[in-house]
Design a protein around this ligand. Structure first.
Ligand code: AMP
Length: 408
């Protein structure tokens, strides 16, 4: 099928097509065109797609459709395993959006929040369960949850799951699932470990690949500037102010650095906040929501935020510190330039970090060149390669916050 294929040609039900129209999706992305018809057949599927290419809908839509066509049941029939709490919440939102006109119920369980509340919601019944491995195992061990009726298993961001050391947890979860089921594995990258994992638990999977799975999204314009470590705070605010970026996500290596950099930006008149694993789950959800809703402009994050974060209209990612692991670079910059939009990624490279550029370049198959810093005058750039960023928006003032409605 070509990339001009409409959603209506993928074999999806009217209820799902209606939800897609309401989400204002014009046409399916390449991974959706390739994966959805395959997944609808009930076969095992192994799909790799660059981050931000619409992979969540590639499994959410077929899972919703297949479950709608099965006989109604009290059991959890689909399980989606995800590496992080943030991703669990986002996948839950996708199921709720695309499944708006179905009668299917989806819920999510993950660590860091009250287990009792999650159990109460589960007892009310769920067709689809989204879970992080740790919390799910905990519930399985205490026999709080029964997956005997499971028909579909999805492993989302499987590569990240392995990076985070969930291999054994995944194996234990698999051992409590019925063996007759459909398996869908999604991963931004396909490495040896992922292939081994697929070999261990899938039956003759159909393989779907889009472009080079290890290459950075090609809608992202990438620059590398030479900066001494001590000058990074000053250069960071210079770039954000000078480029008049309305919104940016800044990645740093450590929690301490995240707090420090956010404080320095605030001192410089930039409305910034930090997110990292020392913040509790409620704080993290709140910070992400506020960033998405434009209550502040710059989010300074450790890699905890690198995966699964889906922020509409995020024009800029800055690597304040270059990641040592090339995969992390791909996932960080994949937070911008999503679903075909243009994005910009800037990396500040100190002399020590230069050596990592080589391995990143090898992975994304590009030669990465360090350029001189751009020169701004009165907020206008004189360097042709900086895209004209959108005009600064008027900042929102926060209305009284409604009580969260969702079930988690
Ligand atoms: P994902 O790669 O699943 O994280 O999706 C990235 C972003 O693309 C999300 O904001 C989705 O809502 C959006 N998206 C997914 N599929 C489409 C589509 N066919 N058309 C437009 N946007 C889409």
């Amino acid at each position: 099928m070509s990339n001009n294929t409409p959603f209506s040609a993928l074999g999806l039900d009217q209820t799902l097509l209606q939800a897609l129209a309401e989400a204002s999706y014009q046409k399916p992305t390449t991974i959706q065109v390739k994966a959805i018809p395959m997944a609808l057949t009930g076969r095992d599927l192994m799909a790799s797609a660059q981050t931000g290419t619409g992979k969540t809908a590639s499994f959410t839509l077929p899972v919703l459709q297949r479950l709608s066509q099965m006989r109604a049941s009290q059991a959890i029939r689909a399980l989606v395993l995800v590496p992080t709490r943030e991703l669990a919440i986002q996948v839950l939102e996708s199921f709720q959006t695309y499944g708006a006109h179905t009668s299917l119920k989806t819920t999510a369980v993950y660590g860091g929040v009250d287990v009792e509340k999650q159990l109460q919601i589960l007892q009310a019944g769920a067709d689809v369960l989204i879970a992080t491995p740790g919390r799910l195992l905990d519930m399985l061990n205490r026999r709080h949850i029964n997956l005997d009726g499971l028909r579909v298993l999805v492993l989302d961001e499987a590569d990240r799951m392995l990076d985070l050391g969930f291999r054994d947890d995944i194996a234990r979860i698999m051992s409590s699932l019925p063996s007759k089921r459909q398996n869908l594995l999604f991963s931004a990258t396909f490495n040896k470990e992922i292939k081994q994992l697929a070999h261990d638990f899938m039956r003759h999977p159909v393989k779907v690949e889009v472009a080079n799975p290890n290459s950075a999204a090609n809608t992202v314009n990438q620059s590398f500037y030479p900066v001494d470590q001590a000058d990074k705070p000053e250069i960071l605010s210079y770039l954000i102010h000078g480029g008049r970026w309305p919104k940016a996500l800044v990645f740093v290596r450590t929690k301490k650095a995240a707090n420090k950099v956010a404080d320095l930006l605030v001192e410089d008149g930039i409305n910034a906040q930090a997110i990292h694993s020392d913040k509790n789950q409620y704080q993290r959800i709140r910070i992400l929501e506020d960033f998405k809703d434009n209550y502040f402009d710059v989010l300074v994050a450790t890699d905890v935020a690198a995966r699964g974060l889906d922020i509409e209209q995020l024009p800029l990612v800055i690597n304040y510190d270059l990641p040592k692991v090339p995969h992390d670079y791909v996932h960080r910059i994949g937070r911008t330039g999503r679903a075909g939009q243009k994005g910009r990624a800037i990396s500040l490279v100190n002399p020590e970090e230069k050596k990592w550029l080589v391995t990143i370049g090898q992975m994304i198959k590009k030669s990465l060149i360090i350029e001189p810093l751009p020169y701004f005058e009165d907020g206008e750039t004189r360097v042709a390669d900086i895209q004209a960023p959108p005009q600064r928006r008027k900042k929102k003032t926060r209305p009284a916050r409604k009580k969260r409605q969702d079930s988690i």
